[in-house]
Design a protein. Structure first.
Length: 120
C-alpha cells in the first residue's frame, strides 16, 4: 500500500505523462513517448549546444530529482537534463540561442529548489 501511495504521489507531482519506476525498471507512459518523439526542435543536439551544471538545494527525498528534472525540461531550448540526489546537482544540455542559465536557475527555484551554476 505504501508503495502505491508513493507512486501516486510521483505521478501527481509530475503529471499524467510521468515515468513510473517499478521493481522491474522504468516504465514510460505512451504520453511521454508521444510528446518527445515528434519534437526534434527541442530534443535534437546541435553544434551550438551548451552544458552546465547547477548546484541544487532542498533535495532530500527520491521524488525531488524528478521534480527538478521536469522543471528544467519545461524551459524552451533544454535538450536534456539529469539530476543527482546524491551530489545535489543538475546537469543540463541546452540550446543557448533559446535558453539561458538564469532561466534554468529560475525554473528550479520556482519549483522550490534554488540552484546556482557551478564553476561559472
Amino acid at each position: 500500500m505504501r508503495a502505491l501511495v508513493i507512486v501516486a504521489f510521483v505521478v501527481l507531482a509530475l503529471g499524467a505523462g510521468a515515468a513510473v519506476f517499478t521493481a522491474g525498471g522504468p516504465s514510460v507512459t505512451p504520453a511521454v513517448a508521444a510528446s518527445t518523439a515528434g519534437d526534434p526542435a527541442t530534443k535534437t543536439p546541435n553544434a551550438a549546444q551548451r552544458t552546465t551544471t547547477l548546484r541544487v538545494e532542498n533535495m532530500y527525498c527520491p521524488s525531488c530529482p524528478y521534480i527538478v528534472k521536469r522543471s528544467l525540461e519545461a524551459v524552451p531550448g533544454v535538450i536534456a537534463a539529469s539530476v543527482s540526489l546524491a551530489d545535489k546537482t543538475a546537469t543540463v544540455t541546452f540550446d543557448p540561442t533559446r535558453a539561458r542559465v538564469d532561466q534554468l536557475v529560475a525554473a528550479t527555484t520556482a519549483a522550490g529548489y534554488p540552484s546556482r551554476p557551478i564553476g561559472g
